[in-house]
Design a protein around this ligand. Structure first.
Ligand code: NAP
Ligand code: SF4
Length: 671
């Protein structure tokens, strides 16, 4: 019997039976907009081969005004339909099923043509929408229904109508954005008229033997959002209008509560699907922060949903389902919910990929094939760059030895996982350990590699990483520690701390020093901290945030005169800033560091080093960036060798695990 019996129970939808309870949720890849249809088809086909029950594409625009940005992809012409046929054929050939998401962005559309129920600009777009008149509303409904009919023509097995996350349909539902006083606004019956009409017309357009999923917002997390009674009323009306399944959406994009970031507890919102499920008779799909088969199985076993939607986990590992079914769950590359290569890329107009799996979105470009000339390869440094290179090279049939002077693998990842809210990094280091073992990499820990020990290898890959930059501030007293001392627990900071440097590590250290027990591991505490209430009690499910008091008084500093954290991830930077604000962390930019004494950190401001002052601190923590550690690489070059240098040892500036893993994988795919 399967280790995950609920996950692998078939789901009968009447005209079709899905082989398991796993849905690959919609993700915008940016591949469609590039017109490389072979690449798009391969992206989905690889995941179909991986065994997922049903996939949903990234959102396709029903018309030009509803696209998330000007030029957003959609099924507008016969050529578009022919292009999408390439995708559906390839998926069907691989034995999979795929539904197309229809996404009308409404006022979230990033363009001057955007339309909405009322002319209220969203806080996340500079474009004020035009309020639709009666004819305009009819056009939107007709365009969505036409889009569904074209999806069927293009060979899709179904469509998902996006009715959550604060997009167009959701905007009609909530008083927050719908101020109309005609038949499309006012009472809830009027506000839900548009989504229900859309559902009816979509069903009429596609016939009965076609999957239609409606994505419904269960908790808007914005003021004047839907109440729970309204959610249930809508769910029943959408079922009556012909939906095959309800997928769940959590929080509008403008909500100031994180809903998918790594610090959100796993399966944080399944209590809501569990509550909706008995109200309807069609299957209910749950989502958000489910990233292992174990968690998915638990959610299904406790009756919180009929199916589990996971999106980013399929970027991290297209074979998620097959590996789970084969009892190889430990080999599933975990999505750590960092957003660094997926959502952050999407918003930068880049192809969505994955920090853990650089092949995601680049399936036709990074091809890992068995080598025709096996070599002996030494990799020095078992951080993310070295581990990726070692595993990929070994998978290809090379004989790989991995050296690290430390007693454990992981490099910088071992520090990241100590930070409250970054517990997912444990899963990543565990996965690397499994794969080192599985691929037969010979691991030599506690071993200092030298020019002599590396002499007999055909190829040498140097991934020796970085060392902390010393900002060279005169120290006349007081306690000074590096971020490594703090995160490794070698130094315990005093009650008042000044942190020098406000990059990713400065922010992490501030979190580490102000938080006692991680709320990520305690759902009820996390909900209190962020003000996640119950939509049955307050519209939209917003409550007053009640953060735990900080465990230390922390001041975070940088020399640049700009908002602290401005360079953090596009979709996660605001969360880190908000989390530290909740802990009363003082954030000061534009300082010069003068000296450190028993009193604390002496600073001044501006080029003229004016208005000197003291940041009272018992401990000063240095998080001033890194320098490359390439002494071994230099020694090898000196000895006439030509090592490959990757990761932080190559370029330290703005190094992160994304670049390290990408570089390691690409090198090993080619070596
Ligand atoms: P970083 O992002 O480059 O930040 C270094 C900080 O040190 C900056 O605030 C910089 O600000 C300051 N600094 C630089 N030179 C200095 C000097 N000589 N004296 C005093 N201050 C100096 O590096 P990091 O924080 O060490 O992070 C390393 C990498 O890991 C980064 O790429 C980061 O993105 C990544 N990371 C990411 C996350 C994440 O959550 N995504 C978390 C941790 C780390 P000023 O020059 O303005 O003073
Ligand atoms: Fe998950 Fe991060 Fe990969 Fe995105 S980049 S899929 S969040 S691991």
């Amino acid at each position: 019997m399967s280790q995950f019996p609920h996950l692998f129970a078939p789901l009968d939808l009447g005209h079709v039976t899905l082989p398991n309870r796993v849905l690959m949720g919609s993700m915008h890849t940016n591949l469609e907009e590039r017109g490389d249809w072979n690449a798009v088809a391969e992206f989905y086909a690889e995941r179909a081969r991986g065994g997922v029950g049903l996939m949903v594409t990234g959102g396709m625009a029903p018309n030009s005004e509803g696209g998330v940005f000007p030029g957003a992809a959609g099924l507008f012409t016969p050529e578009d339909i022919a292009h999408h046929k390439i995708i559906t054929d390839r998926v069907h050939d691989a034995g999979g099923r795929i539904a197309m998401q229809i996404l009308h962005a409404g006022r979230y559309a990033y363009g001057p043509k955007c339309v909405a129920p009322s002319a209220i600009k969203s806080p996340i777009s500079p474009f004020p929408p035009t309020e639709l008149d009666e004819a305009g509303i009819e056009k939107q409904i007709a365009d969505i229904a036409t889009s569904a009919a074209r999806a069927r023509e293009a060979g899709y097995d179904g469509v998902e109508v996006m009715g959550s996350e604060g997009y167009f349909l959701n905007q009609f539902l909530a008083r927050h954005t719908n101020k109309r006083d005609d038949a499309w606004g006012g009472s809830y019956e009027n506000r839900m008229r548009l989504p229900v009409e859309v559902m009816k017309r979509v069903r009429a357009a596609v016939g009965d033997d076609f999957i239609v999923i409606f994505r419904i917002s269960l908790i808007d997390l914005v003021p004047e959002g839907s109440t729970w009674d309204e959610v249930v009323t809508l769910a029943k009306a959408i079922e009556a209008a012909g939906a095959s399944m309800l997928n769940t959406g959590i929080g509008w994009h403008e909500a100031r509560v994180p809903t998918i970031a790594t610090s959100v507890p796993r399966a944080a919102f399944t209590w809501l699907t569990g509550r909706l499920r008995p109200e309807v008779s069609i299957p209910v799909i749950t989502s958000n922060r489910i990233n292992t088969p174990g968690v998915a199985e638990e959610v299904l076993a406790e009756g919180s949903a009929d199916m589990v939607s996971m999106a980013r986990p399929f970027l991290a590992d297209p074979d998620f389902v097959n590996k789970a079914q084969a009892g190889r769950a430990a080999e599933i590359a975990p999505c750590i919910a960092c957003n660094q290569a997926c959502l952050d890329h999407t918003f930068q107009g880049k192809v969505s990929s994955c920090l853990v799996n650089p092949r995601a979105g680049h399936e036709t470009e990074i091809v890992i094939t068995p080598t025709t000339s096996p070599k002996t390869i030494a990799v020095v440094g078992a951080g993310p760059a070295g581990l990726s290179a070692a595993i990929t090279a070994a998978q290809r049939g090379h004989s790989v030895t991995l050296f690290d002077r430390a007693a454990e693998i992981g490099g910088q990842l071992t520090m990241a996982r100590a930070v409250p809210g970054k517990e997912e990094f444990h899963g990543l280091t565990d996965w690397f350990a499994t794969m080192v073992d599985k691929t037969g990499v010979s691991l030599r820990l506690n071993t200092e590699a030298t020019v002599a020990t590396l002499a007999d290898f055909d190829e040498v890959i140097i991934a020796t990483g970085v060392r902390p930059r010393d900002p060279e501030i005169p120290v006349e007293g007081g306690q000074v520690a590096s971020y490594i001392d703090i995160l490794k627990g070698r130094v315990t900071a005093g009650p008042r701390v000044a942190i020098i440097g406000a990059g990713g590590i400065g922010f992490d250290v501030a979190e580490f020093l102000t938080v006692d027990d991680s709320p990520t591991l305690d759902l009820e505490e996390w909900k209190r901290e962020w003000g996640v209430g119950d939509p049955a009690q307050t519209a939209g499910g917003l409550a007053e945030p009640q953060p735990e008091p900080p465990t230390r008084a922390v001041t975070l500093l940088q020399r640049k005169r700009e908002k602290l954290g401005r360079r953090l991830g596009k979709t996660t930077g605001w969360i880190h800033r908000a989390a530290l604000q909740m802990k009363n962390v003082q954030m000061i930019g534009g300082v010069n560091y003068e000296r450190i004494t028993d009193e604390g950190l002496h600073v001044s401001y501006g080029e003229a080093r004016e208005t000197p002052g003291v940041i009272a601190a018992d401990t000063v923590v240095l998080c001033a960036g890194q320098l490359t550690e390439r002494s071994l690489a230099d020694a090898l070059i000196e000895a006439g060798r030509s090592p490959h240098v990757i990761g932080g040892a190559d370029v330290a500036a703005e190094l992160d695990a994304k670049r390290a893993i990408d570089q390691g994988t690409r090198l090993a795919a080619a070596i």
